[in-house]
Write a protein that binds this ligand. Sequence first.
Ligand SMILES: Nc1ncnc2c1ncn2[C@@H]1O[C@H](COP(=O)(O)OP(=O)(O)OP(=O)(O)O)[C@@H](O)[C@H]1O
Length: 230
Amino acid sequence: MTRTALEARELTAGYGGTPAVHGLDLTVHAGEVLALLGANGAGKTTTLLALSGELPPLAGSVAVLGDGRRRRLHQRARQGLGFLTEERCVFMQLTGWQNLKIGRGRPERALDYFPELEPHLGKKVGLLSGGQQQMLALGRILAARPRVLLADELSLGLAPLVVDRLLAAIRQAADAGVAVVLVEQHVRQALAVADHVHVLRRGRVVLSGPAAELRDDAERIAATYLSENP
Ligand SMILES: Nc1ncnc2c1ncn2[C@@H]1O[C@H](COP(=O)(O)OP(=O)(O)OP(=O)(O)O)[C@@H](O)[C@H]1O
């Protein structure tokens, strides 16, 4: 039996009372990756902020691990939600190890996902590459063994090989039981690791389906929905 880890019903969210996301429904079971695709401004980050508790919904509901009460991000974090935000969240003046120790989990667990970080953990993070910094940020969250993970454009500005490593870690976490919502601009790579896909346009889901059925359509999806958001 698959367990529902994250559920949104008729979720409307936005800023200053103006919706940026309208009536969104989504369900993510333990062990699944839902890819959220869409052009700039389509509402992907707003969706993650509302799911995380960072942005109170204007309407509708969010339930994380069965808890449908309105909760703030720090409360959901304690319940088992990890949130990798768009900003690369590392402390540049601290070493890699120190960064990992700040997290909620055992630092060594990050190396289960990114063993290539080990030789670099004694260095100040400001001296690491952007890809290594992002691996550290994701590794720190995964080391805490979240049950739900929200990842916002984790591949932004990174080289294709690094993107593949990061997405492989996302898949590895899902295979270990984490429910993931992955916001991505790289359609082909996202479809390769996702189980389900929602494409957002102007704050509404305009295409939805199993990733396996949409993989052959990656280029068309990118051209139709991600090139612009008029
Ligand atoms: N803090 C804010 N205040 C007001 N409007 C905002 C704010 N953040 C985003 N918006 C608006 O909400 C809409 C959705 O933005 P959102 O950041 O969710 O899109 P996105 O799909 O994540 O885009 P991107 O890929 O550029 O991050 C856009 O019209 C944007 O201008």
